[in-house]
Design a protein around this ligand. Structure first.
Ligand SMILES: [Zn+2]
Length: 300
């Protein structure tokens, strides 16, 4: 009896891990780095990004970020709406079970979900793109994805649904709709086709550079091709002009802190060029710490 209960518990534990993480088991809790007074390990970064199941699925108050860009995601999984006179662009469907929440946020902001004409994404992991098929079903949007992420995307099939792919993009390609232009920058490492999107937004008669940063989180262990990708990607990210940094997880750009300032009033807290490089600096320090630990281990 004890044995069978244990066995059932193991089985349940496994299915919970498989459905929530989809990818690898929990990353290790070493190496540790200290960055701006905070301690990070690979495991702590994932916990910071994902938090609880309730945080991954619970609606964050939908809000305007800047110009025609709005937040329609959950507490820990970002989804962005870009509104144009010719229809709207959505970046990240997140988990399939979140799509109705995203739809609700779009509606609460006064827009129509059916006006989403183009669906883009951050990278080919389930927590950012599992809902693509359902968004397409509900809106008819064209799903555009980075070429290098296509193999990983084809494996994301909730309920057996084929992953929709209407257009394959390449590094530097632009997506245009109703006067808004987004540029796709390949910033691989976290996934082979991890995409950093850039655009500009207008506010108070000024134009600001907006960066939708791709995850720069290192998988563990790092393999030589992934090391080469990150060495290139950190350079690419640093070279992008940036006044407003956004990310696939709100913790990457301190949404809680910034949204508290939105509620107080005053200058737009999302315009924050000084913090544009913070996430890259932290992730690059972690990348080097993981590499150093691996090289030390290899020499033993
Ligand atoms: Zn990911």
């Amino acid at each position: 009896m004890i044995f069978s209960c244990f066995f059932i518990a193991v089985l349940f534990g496994w299915s919970a891990v498989a459905s929530h993480a989809q990818t690898a088991p929990k990353p290790p809790d070493h190496p540790a780095i200290t960055f701006q007074g905070h301690t990070y390990t690979p495991r702590l970064i994932v916990e910071r990004n994902m938090r609880s199941e309730a945080d991954q699925t619970g609606q964050f108050p939908p809000h305007k970020i800047i110009g025609n860009i709005y937040y329609v995601g959950t507490h820990t999984l970002s989804s962005f709406l870009i509104v144009t006179p010719q229809g709207n662009i959505l970046i990240d469907s997140t988990w399939e079970r979140n799509v109705r929440t995203i739809q609700k946020s779009v509606t609460q902001l006064g827009f129509k979900f059916s006006d989403v004409k183009i669906l883009l994404a951050n990278h080919a992991h389930g927590d950012h793109q599992e809902g693509d098929a359902l968004v397409k079903e509900l809106t008819g949007a064209q799903v555009m994805v980075m070429a290098e992420d296509v193999p990983a995307l084809k494996a994301i099939k909730p309920g057996g649904k084929e992953h929709p792919i209407d257009k394959v993009l390449h590094d530097g390609e632009t997506v245009k709709l109703g006067g808004t232009t987004l540029v796709a920058h390949l910033t691989a490492g976290h996934t082979r086709g991890c995409t950093t999107w850039t655009t500009t937004a207008q506010e108070g008669g000024k134009t600001y550079n907006v960066v939708f940063g791709c995850s720069l989180r290192s998988p563990v262990p790092l393999t030589p091709p992934i090391v080469a990708e990150f060495n290139r990607s950190f350079k690419v990210v640093r070279a992008l002009p940036c006044d407003v940094l956004l990310g696939d997880h709100p913790a990457e750009y301190n949404l809680d802190e910034k949204y508290a300032k939105v509620r107080k009033g005053g200058p737009n807290p999302f315009i924050d060029a000084a913090s544009c490089r913070q996430e890259a600096d932290m992730e690059e320090a972690m990348f080097h710490a993981i590499l150093a630990e691996q090289q030390k281990g290899a020499k033993r």
